[in-house]
Design a protein around this ligand. Structure first.
Ligand SMILES: *Cc1c(COP(=O)(O)O)cnc(C)c1O
Length: 386
């Protein structure tokens, strides 16, 4: 069967992989090697000369992720931040301008302010959920727009197709961090984005046992730039970590519906509860961008934020759950709870956090795939202790 005609679940399991020609091993081997023996000087077999540049396990992962995002090319990196930085280094030079979503992953804020500012890259953080703000921020030097949707942790939705049109008119590249939604729920390249970025650490791996990142694109020119960054900056993932993500994506289409279902059950406990001031979940009809989320996403994901008003109450809640574990990160099979103000977003300046509506009382849940009734009961008992 033509792989391009296969449906999502079939691609998740098979794309980029075939039985090992030497043994028939059904699983992609872990090519745990740094170098490859050459038949003669300057004649590497199949172009494999050094593992920073090429590794078959990594190439299988890159092809698998590209297939899931409907992209032609993939490049894997040693972390989501390394992948994000590879976009910056490929697209921008000193004097260029970047428009970045105001509430993208906290580490991107730190990278721009503490690294790229020193190298003359200019940037503005804007609420990309409001397209007028994106348009107003465009300058002649704007070369990159980087958005995250749904965003972290305020669950703002950005209209990808509309941002793609704005980027095209400005001669800029649009990159979309698709970590929260995964290609099961949303495929930004189909909506006109130039690059999809992932922290594979999260849902794609899905089992909280490695750190990694990836970039997917249909542009041969951008793909060449990303592969140049793998070779030149060297932030490539090891073959075992690539293999773990490949194993993870085989069940992505089974895990995501369970994640979404459990999130809905937890949201039903939170909303309308006396102790909870507000709940942010794109699946709620009173979410300000619910209609856009419905149009752009297949389901609403399993990231849920809610406000308990004060830092003291948020901390008490986060310390009271029994199934939800108190930890940073997200997207694994196990449910996690965190307080973004003091944990994941600690490096974002306080006044900026307040600007984007990230208060000290905000709690973020990554709803896992345990039994939904146990998760709902855990939230109820932790709220009861407030
Ligand atoms: C975790 C995360 C990142 C950073 O990825 P790392 O793998 O931790 O470097 C970027 N974006 C989002 C949305 C994330 O959740």
């Amino acid at each position: 069967m033509d792989p391009a005609a296969q449906r999502f679940g079939t691609r998740a399991i098979h794309a980029g992989q075939r039985p090992d020609p030497a043994t028939g091993a059904i699983m992609m081997p872990i090519f745990q090697t740094s170098t490859y023996v050459q038949d003669a000087v300057g004649a590497p077999r199949d172009g494999y000369d050094y593992a920073r540049v090429r590794n078959p396990t990594r190439e299988a992962l890159q092809a698998n992720l590209a297939a899931l995002e409907n992209g032609r090319y993939g490049a894997a990196f040693s972390s989501g931040l390394a992948a994000t930085e590879a976009i910056v280094k490929t697209v921008l030079k000193a004097g260029d301008h970047l428009i970045c979503g105001a509430d993208v992953y906290g580490g991107v804020d730190r990278m721009l302010r503490h690294v790229w500012e020193r190298f003359g890259v200019d940037f503005d953080f804007v609420n990309t959920g409001d397209l007028d703000q994106v348009r107003a921020a465009i300058r002649p030097e704007t070369r990159l727009i980087h958005v995250e949707t749904p965003s972290n942790p305020t669950m703002t939705i950005t209209d990808i197709a509309a941002c793609a049109a704005i980027a095209r008119d400005a001669g800029a590249v649009l990159s979309v961090d698709n970590t929260f939604a995964t290609p099961f729920l949303q495929r930004p390249l189909d909506d006109g984005a130039d690059v999809v970025m992932h922290s594979t650490t999260k849902f794609l791996n899905g089992h909280s046992d490695m750190i990694g990142g990836a970039l997917l694109t249909n542009s041969g020119e951008l793909a060449e730039g990303f592969h140049f960054q793998q070779k030149t900056s060297g932030a490539v993932p090891g073959p075992f970590d690539c293999w773990l993500v490949l194993r993870g994506t085989k069940t992505l289409h089974l895990r995501m519906p369970a994640h979404c279902r459990n999130a809905r059950q937890v949201v039903d406990v939170l909303r309308g509860h006396d102790e909870v001031e507000s709940v942010r979940y794109p699946g709620l009809e009173d979410h300000p961008q619910h209609a856009l989320a419905r149009r752009q996403m297949r389901d609403f994901g399993s990231m849920v934020s809610f406000d308990l008003g004060t830092e003291e109450r948020a901390n008490r809640f986060a310390g009271s759950t029994r199934v939800f574990q108190l930890a940073e990160s997200l997207g694994g099979v196990e449910s996690l709870v965190c307080v973004p103000f003091t944990m994941t977003h600690a490096s974002v300046p306080d006044e900026k956090k307040r600007e984007i509506g990230l208060g000290p009382g905000l709690v973020r849940l990554s709803v896992g795939v345990e039994d939904g009734d146990d998760l709902a009961e855990d939230i109820e008992q932790a709220l009861a202790r407030l």
